[in-house]
Design a protein around this ligand. Sequence first.
Ligand code: GLC
Length: 629
Amino acid sequence: MPFYIGIHNGLCYGVFFDNTHKAYFNFGASNNRFSSFGADAGEMNYYLIHGNSVSEIIKQYTDLTGRMELPPRWSIGYQQCRYSYYPDKEVFTIAKTFREKDIPADAIVFDIHYMDKYKIFTWDQERFSDPKGLMQTLKDQGFHAVVMCDPGIKVEPGYETYDAGVKNDIFLKYPDGENYQGQVWPGWCHFPDFTNPKARAWWATKFQDYVNLGVDGFWNDMNEIATWGNALPENLEFDFEGNKATMRRGRNVYGFQMARSTYEGTKKLLKGKRPFNLTRSGFSGIQRYSAVWTGDNVAYDEHMLLGVRLVNSMGLTGVAFAGYDAGGFVGESNPKLFARWMSIASLSPFFRAHTMINTRDSEPWSYGEEVESICRNYIKFRYQLLPYIYSLFYDAAKRGMPVQRSLAIDYTHDHRVYNNLYHNQYLLGPSILVAPAESNQQLLKIFFPSGNWYDLYSGKVWAGNQETIVESPIHKLPVFIKAGSVLPMQHSAAHTGVKQDELILHIYCGNEASDFLLYLDDGETFDYQSGKSSTRLIQMNGFENKVTISASEGDFTSSYTKIKIVLHGSPADKILVNGHSLALTHHVHSFFSPLEKYDPINEPDSMGEENVRETSTEYTVEKIELSWS
Ligand code: GLC
């Protein structure tokens, strides 16, 4: 992404360099007197973005490069992946185990072994003799399937996709007209020239069989283009939308255009249902077509934290739907590392565990009972947070705001945000502060930005504007909620498709005012684009202990019929909700209950009770609606 945000002297600006050649950015030039940027070739076509805040710059940058459409809701649930699950029996077992063990999950990912000799758009008949039946069984259990899509097409006369590609003349070529060959999973391959509209249109139709089977998730990989042992020759010709260009101009948008073609094609084929699209390679604007993951990491603490920072950066460059291989791809994870990685990833935008071929099993239950409980807790917490997280995706679609937010967005001019000690910290949306710790770390030095912060587990309130040390045992990732905020939540469920009737508003009292826009729609179609959605502004006035929930705007009726209110740290015994004075009568268990100390027989299920109080009254939505009008 040739884009950066500069922050100097209390001011900020953005520079987007709209040039697809190899580019250079130098931030250390001339003793900090200036920075410079340039490219190997092409035009110095750049935009200088002025804005009064980092979020304003992100908004303007995404005005220019585009924003995401809403992803299918299931895709922000938990996705289980490995290289690769096969044969079909193994997939059945994995799916069943999630349900038996009461661990929520929404997707199982099919890596390259589902294909016949890694040939795209085929199925290995022996390993997967009945893909249609398999997909139906998954669907019956509430799972979606995501399939691997590599751009390399095996050179093999008689293989339908190869023959059609040659016939349609859509492959990348040398200047003498010969199709380029590179080696990747299937052996020698040709590669569609995705910078050619004709190739994109062809590729876009190829997903019909997958869609017929019921697949609605697509994973674009190896699209840098990656080939074994050699770089792409510089003299390769790219169509570049009819403006013939060499590889030097075309390469950086190859993955972007592949993801675009996959998205546009599957969107059309799914006839109104939202596809989930994931890519490894992209360019500025990739958010319009795909989620992005950070590629092959290694099972080390360093890579776990690096992934967090990469996702923070991607958020600053317009990519709100981003994530990393939780658990670590290359090498062997270990119980603590896996547990920590899963707990952090449960609070990231794209949540998927993945591991490489020939590594140990890496499912939430593969590392013993304690790790299983930790994973279950955090996955469930994510599912409880779904109304909040889904609303953050709406904010990304609307304004380009990232889901996972670098502290530089809200606390731009506090120099402590740029201290290496704190650069792994981020905010999930406006209210949840996450402070990732290494797997063996028991104590973590963290920075609390201004405001007050509730400990997620104990309810203890930390004063902001300070650097301090907090505990970070393996079952408790340091997570804090900003005082004065409202978290819309629901009950955890086996998957995101389970209809819920109760919306739970967690109100964190504090002397601050805040707004949160709750967004709801059907989670699976594009009907929201023609008004079938519901937004409600939830306003919290901490000074007066007053909450106002606006009437729903839009043409969507959600399945919620009740609202439950849970107050955290209320100084008073009453709270005003839409003019109703609600008395606080009894204490409830904390909504989140990580294990204080692992005890399989007697799991403590409540913490910080003194800080959590619930109103005794439950209002139906209709009842409150009346008072809103
Ligand atoms: C690449 C991908 C990885 C995948 C593997 C096999 O290395 O980055 O996620 O598992 O290819 O398809």
